[in-house]
Design a protein around this ligand. Structure first.
Ligand SMILES: Nc1ncnc2c1ncn2[C@@H]1O[C@H](COP(=O)(O)OP(=O)(O)OP(=O)(O)O)[C@@H](O)[C@H]1O
Length: 555
């Protein structure tokens, strides 16, 4: 207890010191160690006690930039009502999300072979240091390798593929288009990025637009389902984008209609590749894989000559990405790509060397040692952010929403994603939360496009405290402020658990995951714990506090 108090007292002064990034990492590691000595039976565990701090500040609502050399990542989220009415200034609760295990590499972006125009844009947007996986993937992709990028949720995989692509295609590329006849004439799509949901597709588009800057943002075009197709086709014709980002159905549809010419495409990215392999996407993915970059007449500079029987052919570069890479993806990647490499944060190996019992689970030693060889066959290379804390709480079905309410209050969570499996029950949960005075909104595929984007916007801005959703939001959704994920229904398997859990604890921030289950489901939690290689601790919420049941193991 005294260790916890002294850590808290030390925080404000140390927090604003201009220390180096590395010394700050060691400071936070120290605070973690101290916290782990606290007797969890006597001390209430809240997000604050686990390292989240709240303080009242004024904010002008500007986006917080990531400046790793100045201060840990902070983020502003609204707790609720402004304390004072003012048109220009709103007083909100500022919550500082400390970095527990920052995934930043020791390199700088300028060492990775990116063009000056892109480096400038990165600086403008406040991206100063690449993450581990970016340091590994960027040079590998720039060397023309097909890759499978596997790294835990929130570790920066999107920029890991966007940056090398933008170095080679589009207005920020190494050779300015004005100086090259071949590139100047080119009107074709040069990169196709496929994502399994409209929300993720739009998020990627925004990330590309951010990097391109306001003057060049037309170089990317969204082709997501649910949006007006003819408008997308008109935009393709008018803006002649270099990059398109979309969902499999819409991309395949527009391509089949002859309005999207991707045969000469240089890059094909499959984001959340294991999800794109699912049965639902089979036909559309087949078309995309068959057509994108398949009849290339690219110039020598842009294309890659293949070895062996395909020696004369110039072909697309295929980039496959996910936090979870089951062996089915490895098999598919071998057939889709040209000698692909498996790129992880700390290592790069030929995909050929990846076997079901081999390096796939290297980031997950507990899972490797606890799984039998047969169950490893389909065991995913799951990677969860190391800063996450996992709990489960036994609750009767009819009491789950009330348990969720108690959980939110006990942990003092400000930005919560609650996952359910059934849309109808999801609506009831929102109704019950609202009736209990907690601002909540639903987000699922049955909603219209406007309702979906409004819900997401309100949640991201902090206007809504709880987003009740289903698998739709489990993949890729990036809300830095999310400090708690609750499974109101258990996910179907450990892969789904990993993606749901990964909506919090982004980019090394702390986060908590609480799974509410009935007594008869505890064995499912235990099984996932084993497969994922994490400790999921039993807990309850009593008198406004989280109390741990049984021994909590700190790993
Ligand atoms: N080098 C960096 N510096 C600062 N912020 C970064 C950096 N790289 C990425 N980010 C930010 O980190 C957040 C998480 O990145 P991203 O969404 O790419 O993670 P991810 O690994 O793709 O996660 P998931 O597996 O859940 O899709 C984003 O908000 C992104 O803008």
């Amino acid at each position: 207890m005294s260790a916890l108090v002294s850590t808290r007292v030390l925080l404000p002064s140390l927090f604003f010191q201009r220390t180096t990034f590395l010394s700050r990492i060691s400071f936070f590691n120290t605070s973690t160690v101290l916290l782990s000595h606290v007797d969890s039976k006597n001390v209430p565990l809240t997000l604050t006690s686990l390292g989240f701090k709240s303080e009242l500040v004024e904010t002008n609502n500007k986006r917080q930039k990531y400046k790793q050399d100045v201060s840990p990542i902070k983020t502003s989220i609204g707790e609720g009502k402004p304390l004072r009415s003012s048109k220009s200034k709103v007083v909100l609760t500022k919550r500082t999300l400390e970095l527990e295990t920052p995934p930043f590499a020791s390199h700088s972006f300028s060492e990775l072979g990116l063009p000056p125009s892109l480096l400038q844009r990165l600086e403008c947007e406040g991206f100063n240091v690449p993450t581990d996986v970016q340091s590994a993937a960027i040079p590998t992709i720039l060397k023309n390798h097909d890759v499978v990028i596997q790294s835990y949720t929130g570790s920066g995989k999107t920029l890991a593929y966007l940056l090398p692509i933008l170095s080679i295609v589009g207005p920020l590329r190494k050779n300015s288009p004005e100086n090259s006849d071949e590139l100047g004439k080119k009107m074709e799509i040069e990169a196709v990025i496929v994502a399994p949901s409209r929300e993720l597709g739009m998020q990627i588009v925004r990330e590309v637009e951010k990097l391109l800057g306001p003057a060049e943002k037309r170089a990317v075009q969204q082709l997501v389902g649910g949006a007006n197709r003819s408008r997308q086709e008109e935009a393709l014709k008018k803006n002649k984008p270099s990059i398109v980002v979309g969902t499999p159905g819409r991309i395949a549809e527009i391509s089949a209609a002859g309005k999207l010419h991707t045969h000469n495409c240089r890059f094909l990215v499959l984001d959340e590749v294991d999800e794109l392999l699912s049965f639902n996407f089979r036909e559309d993915m087949h078309r995309i894989l068959e057509h994108v970059g398949r009849r290339s007449s690219l110039g020598q500079n842009a294309g890659r000559a293949l070895k062996g029987p395909l020696e004369k052919r110039v072909e697309r570069q295929t980039i496959m990405v996910s936090a979870t890479v089951p062996f089915s993806v490895i098999r598919a990647a071998r057939s889709w790509g040209n000698n692909p490499l498996l790129v992880q944060s700390q290592k790069i190996i030929p995909l050929e060397a990846a076997t079901p019992s081999g390096p796939l689970n290297i980031s997950n030693p507990i899972a490797r040692s606890s799984e039998s060889p047969s169950s490893q066959d389909e065991a995913p290379a799951v990677s969860l952010p190391p800063s996450l804390k996992h709990y489960y709480c036994i609750s009767k079905l009819q009491h789950k929403v009330d348990t969720l309410r108690r959980c939110i209050h006990a942990l003092d969570a400000n930005s919560v994603i609650a996952f359910m499996n059934n849309t109808k029950q999801l609506k009831d949960a929102v109704f019950k939360l609202e009736a209990r005075g907690i601002k909540a909104l639903e987000l699922h595929g049955d909603l219209g496009k406007l309702a979906r984007s409004t819900a997401l916007k309100k949640f991201k801005s902090g206007e809504v405290r709880v987003l009740v959703t289903n698998e739709l939001s489990a993949r890729g959704l990036d809300v830095a402020e999310c400090d708690l994920v609750v499974n109101l229904d258990l996910p179907t398997d450990s892969v789904h658990y990993a993606h749901r859990a990964g909506r919090t604890g982004r980019l090394g921030r702390k986060g908590m995951v609480v799974s509410l289950c009935e007594e008869s489901e505890v064995f499912v939690v235990k099984k996932m714990q084993k497969q994922l290689g994490v400790v999921i601790t039993g807990c309850d919420f009593v008198e406004g506090k989280l109390s741990v049941i049984g021994e909590e193991r700190h790993t």
